[in-house]
Design a protein around this ligand. Sequence first.
Ligand code: ADP
Ligand code: MG
Ligand code: ZN
Length: 594
Amino acid sequence: MNAKDEKEINLIEQELKEINAKVSKLQNRKSELIKRKEHLKHLSFQRQTDSISDQNKWTHTDFPWYNKVQDTLKNVFKLETFRSQQMAAINITLSKHDAILIMPTGGGKSLCYQLPAMVDKGFTLVVSPMVSLMEDQIIQMNKLKINAMMISSYSTKDETKLLFQMMIDSKSGLKLVYCTPERIAKSKTFMTKLQKAHSLKLLSRIAVDEVHCCTTWGHDFRPDYTHLTIFKPMFPDIPILGLTATASSKVITDTQKLLQVEGCALLKATFNRPNLYYEVRWKPDNKECVDEFESLLKNKFKNQSGIIYTTSIKDCESLRQDLRERGCKVGAYHAQLDGNLRSKVHNKWLNGEYQVVVATIAFGLGIDKPDVRFVIHHALSKSIENFYQESGRAGRDGKHSTCLLYYKLSDVFKLSTMVFTTQTGLPNLYSIVKFCLNPKDCRRKLIASHFDESWESTDCNKMCDHCSAENSIKCICINKYCIEVYKILNSASNNDTKFTAQMLLDSWYGKVQKKIKLVDVKPPTFSRMRAEMILGELLVQEYLAEDFHYTPYSTISYIKKGQNYRKISADNKIFMYVSSGQSIEPDTKKMKVV
Ligand code: ADP
Ligand code: MG
Ligand code: ZN
C-alpha cells in the first residue's frame, strides 16, 4: 500500500470511529427517551385509571337508566340488592367506558354484564374460556327467561345458522351471545357476523370473562385469548368489560395492554372473606393423618358439609377409600371419572348423602353450594391464588366456616415436579410454602398482600390461627444448619450422587447410604419435623434449590445449593422464626407452636 492510500484509510478510520461514538451516544439517548416515554405513558394511564375508577362517580342514582337497572335486578334477576362493586361496574359499562372488574370467585361478576345486557338494545358478546361454564350460564339465563345463546365447537350447523340470523335481526330479542376465544381466533364467519351486527348497532358490549387468561403471568394462560386484541381496533366505540379474580398488578397491566384499554376503569372488590377461619397444620404421617381427618369429620365437622382437596388422583382415591373404611360418607371426584359419575358424586354431595367430596382441583368451577362449612387441603395448593380460590368455596352463605391446610415438605416436591416447567410455577409454589412456614403473621394479611390489598390488623377479628393464638415469636439463626446441609450435599456430589430432600434428611440423621462417606456431619438433636422446616426455609430463601431430572416415568426433584449459597457468612445470618421460650425442640401438630 502506498503512503497516500494509507493516509486516507487512516483518516477514514478516524472518522468512522467518531461516527460510531456518536451513533452509540445517540442510541443510548434513544433508548433513554423510549424508556422515559413508556414511563410517562404508564403514569398518565394510571392517572386516567384512578380518576375514572373513583367510586363516587358511579354509585349515585342520577343515571338515566337507574330505574331500569333497579327494576331488572328485582324482576328479572330476582335479587334484592347489589353487592360491593356491582353497581359501579354496571354504571361504568352502561356509560360505555372500558373497565376491568376484579372480584373474588363467587363475588358475582356475571351479573355485571348480564344485567347491562338487559338494559341496552342489541346483545352483549361474552367470551368465556370453558364450554361447561357457558352451558351453566345459558341454563341459568333461560330459567330467568333471558334470551342467551352460545357458539362453540360443539354447536351444530343449524344452531349456528340460527344464532347468526338472530345476531343481525333487531327483533330477535337476543341478549347474550357466549363464545370461546377460539371462535374469535379461528372463525371468520363469526367475526363477519359480529361486524355486521356492529354496523347495525346491535353489538352493545363485549365482556371477557376470566380475562387473566390472556397473559402468561396469570395462572392459566390461554393462547387464543391473545386474539382478543383485535376487539378495540375493530369496534372502537364498543365498551369492553374484563372480569377476573386475579388481582396481581402485573397481570392487570398486561391485560389492559393486550385488550388495548390502557387507562380504563379498574374496579376491585375486597378479597377478605371475614367468615372464613384460616389455619395451617403440620401434616402427620399417612395413618395419623387419616385418623385426624376421621376425627374431624365425626366431631368438629359432624353433620356439616365439606370438601377435601388432594394433589393427585392417586391420593384422592386412596383417601376416599381410607375414610370410607372408617365409616365416613365420602365420594371422590377427579378428572379420570367419566362425566356421569362425576355429576352423580356432585349430586350426592349437594343433597347430603355424602358429607364430603374428596377431590382434585378438577372439582371447582361452577360449585355453587352455599353451606360448605369446611374446606380441607390434604396438601398445599400450587399457589396462594389457587389456595384462596379453593378454600373460598367454603362459607358462600356468609356463615362461619373453616379452611384447614395440611403442610408437609414432601408435598412441595410432588407439586414442584408438576409445575416447574412453567414460567411462574416455582415462584408461585414457593410463595405458598412461605405462607405455610410463616409462624406469626395474620393469614388474612398474607393473602391480602398477595392480592395487593391494604390491610388493617383489626380486619381479621381473630379468624386465623395466628391472630387467635397468643404466642410470642423469636428469631433464631439457622446458618449452622445450612452449613451442615451443605456438607452433606458436598459429600454426595463428591460421590457423584444426588440427594432428594428425603435422602438428605435421612443422611443428616445418620441413616447414611453405605457408599457415601459423610465428613464431619452431626445428626440434629431436634425432631425431623424441625429439620423439614429448616429445609423448607432454606429453600424459599434460596439457600437451597431444586434440581429437576427426568426419568422415563416421572420427574425427580433433587436438592442442590441455591443461588444465595455464597452469601452464607458470619455477618449474613439466615433467620427463622419460632415461638419464644422454646428452643429448637418442637413437636406439636400446629406448626406455629414450636
Ligand atoms: P363469579 O363469576 O364472580 O365467581 P358468579 O357471577 O358466578 O360469581 O356469582 C356467584 C353467585 O352469586 C351466583 O349464584 C349469583 O346468583 C350470586 N349473586 C350475584 N350477585 C348477587 C347479588 N347482588 N345478590 C345475591 N346473589 C348474587
Ligand atoms: Mg365467573
Ligand atoms: Zn389473622
